[in-house]
Design a protein around this ligand. Structure first.
Ligand SMILES: Nc1nc2c(ncn2[C@@H]2O[C@H](COP(=O)(O)OP(=O)(O)OP(=O)(O)O)[C@@H](O)[C@H]2O)c(=O)[nH]1
Ligand SMILES: [Mg+2]
Length: 219
């Protein structure tokens, strides 16, 4: 039995997956949630020994939630499948949850190169982190996609967003439920493959719209 399931939402990440899956620490199992990839991502994930789950409904949140529902380990961690994170750093996010020191651990991103994180995304994130800190009364530096918590309480949060508002809704609901939430630094590198969200105007606009709605509805 695996101690930690790692949910990796995946939309056309064939070029990144081998490197991502090779960096998993022992005792951690990858659940690659294939969100309708057309580049053979599912096959590559399967060949690398990951568990593959399919989610036909598009959206980051739809993929992540399908992974959480399929998970079986007591602790579930989340990361991106585009090689922007080094999964060998996951224990720094998971261990404080496993020891019971916190209920949810978030990775705050430390850019490794200038290209890893465009200025508009950085600015938007800092603004968002401030608003969340005020709304949820948790001091946050970032709202990144790397995080970990216990599986059952996470499911009980009843997160509804299925697009880009998912991480924000997770943090707001957890804070409202009185969870102890903390952050640890994680390295953030340029993704492998073509940018879909942060590097595109459309992706950024959708992300802002989704997060604004979640802030209105949940906080
Ligand atoms: N954008 C997007 N990503 C998805 C979807 N389903 C799964 N994903 C995965 O979710 C993770 C995060 O998406 P990214 O495209 O890396 O988003 P980002 O990091 O904000 O922006 P870029 O890396 O610049 O594209 C990646 O592993 C994607 O493959 C979806 O419907 N839309
Ligand atoms: Mg990315």
């Amino acid at each position: 039995m695996f101690r930690v399931d790692v949910v990796l939402p995946c939309l056309n990440e064939a070029a990144a997956l081998p490197q991502v899956l090779a960096s998993l620490p022992p005792g951690y199992r990858a659940i690659v949630v294939d969100n309708g990839s057309t580049d053979g991502s599912a096959h590559i994930a399967d060949a690398a020994g990951a568990r593959v789950v399919r989610e036909t409904r598009r959206g980051y949140g739809a993929a992540v939630h399908a992974g959480l529902t399929a998970a079986e380990a007591p602790i579930v961690a989340f990361a991106d499948a585009d090689a922007s994170f080094d999964l060998s750093e996951l224990p720094a996010i998971v261990d404080p949850v496993a020891s019971g020191e916190v209920d949810m651990m978030l990775g705050f991103r430390v850019a490794q190169t200038r290209g890893a994180w465009p200025w508009h995304a950085r600015l938007a994130n800092r603004y968002l982190a401030r608003r969340i800190s005020a709304a949820a009364r948790v001091p946050l530096r970032d709202l990144g996609p790397m995080r970990a918590a216990r599986r059952e309480p996470l499911l009980d949060l009843g997160i509804r967003d299925r697009r880009s508002g998912y991480p924000l809704e997770t943090v707001l609901r957890a804070a409202a439920a009185g969870w102890r939430i903390a952050e640890a630094p994680v390295r953030y590198r340029p993704r492998v493959g073509v940018s879909k969200v942060t590097g595109t105007v459309r992706g950024t606009a959708i992300a802002i719209a989704d997060m604004s709605r979640v802030l209105r509805e949940v906080s």
